[in-house]
Design a protein around this ligand. Structure first.
Ligand SMILES: Nc1ncnc2c1ncn2[C@@H]1O[C@H](COP(=O)(O)OP(=O)(O)O)[C@@H](O)[C@H]1O
Ligand SMILES: [Mg+2]
Length: 261
């Protein structure tokens, strides 16, 4: 079967600014791929191509077999239904309770489910993100880490095949990010979801990503297993990673283990 997301020779400019320059990148099924790079380097632009909110000037982005720039609206919409998104701050509605926030994609995409079935599904994902029984909690009463978990619950509630995260760990303390990383790891194993994580912080992704792709000035300057990429000698990558970072457990299994700095 084809891989779930394929960028083939994608270029995108805004006026004179070339943001993506002939990017070819395949996201593999059931794997977690981190796309890293400094701020302003085009990571969010890349993500918007996956959802079909931006179209390439040249090249193609194929998601679940659909060319997102040229497909009919109906087919683009069908792909979006199979995606889950987690935005930077969880993007929760404070006027809704926790359960209503999580149920949102079901109300939109699953008219086949009764209100009761939707509530049951929400209770199920609340357990998955380790927030059992919080359905009726006001969203405004959540901590930062809990908001992130609720955002994650909403991203997976409709059993997506692909989950996209834009900067999942930003603004969280290291303990909370570790817990989120663990959660992503467990869910990948349990549900076989393809995860795409966008981050400006390589260290925050090393413990959770199977593969890392690095964008720099519009180009893909590294792309491989996490273990391969952390050993890459590319000067920009070395600078980004930090010269003094020790790699104690970087094994050949692609699961490098680094101390958080
Ligand atoms: N819709 C747009 N119109 C014009 N410029 C844009 C648009 N979206 C992004 N850009 C520019 O593209 C560059 C990359 O942005 P972005 O993908 O958001 O960076 P990041 O890697 O921090 O996520 C930035 O210089 C940004 O200003
Ligand atoms: Mg961004």
């Amino acid at each position: 079967m084809d891989e779930p997301i394929v960028f083939a020779g994608v270029s995108k400019s805004f006026g004179a600014l070339t943001v993506l320059d002939d990017v070819s990148l395949t996201f593999m099924r059931g794997q977690t791929t981190a796309v890293i790079g400094p701020s302003g380097t085009g990571k969010s632009v890349l993500l918007k191509h996956i959802v079909g909110l931006l179209h390439p000037d040249s090249g193609t982005v194929t998601v679940l077999g659909v060319d997102m720039a040229h497909a009919r609206d109906k087919d683009v919409y069908a792909v979006r239904k199979r995606l889950g998104m987690l935005f930077q701050d969880g993007a929760l509605f404070d006027s809704l309770c926790v359960g209503e926030n999580i149920a949102f994609p079901l109300q939109r995409h699953r008219p086949d489910m009764t209100v009761r079935q939707q509530r049951e599904r929400v209770e199920e994902v609340l357990e998955l993100v380790e927030l059992p029984g919080l359905y009726d909690r006001p969203t405004s009463a959540l901590s930062g880490g809990q908001r992130k978990r609720v955002g994650l619950a909403r991203a997976i509630v409709n059993q997506p095949e692909i989950v996209l995260f834009d900067e999942p760990n930003s603004g969280l303390d290291p303990m909370t990010s570790d817990a989120i990383d663990q959660l992503i790891h467990d869910m990948k194993a349990k549900l076989g979801i393809t995860f795409v994580i966008i981050s400006h912080d390589i260290v925050g992704t090393i413990n959770v990503a199977d593969r890392i792709a690095m964008l720099y000035q519009g180009k893909l300057i590294a792309n491989g297993t996490t273990a391969e990429v952390v050993r890459s000698e590319h000067p920009v990558l070395r600078r980004f990673l930090g010269r003094n970072l020790i790699l104690p457990g970087a094994g050949d299994d692609g699961m490098a283990r680094l101390p958080r700095i």
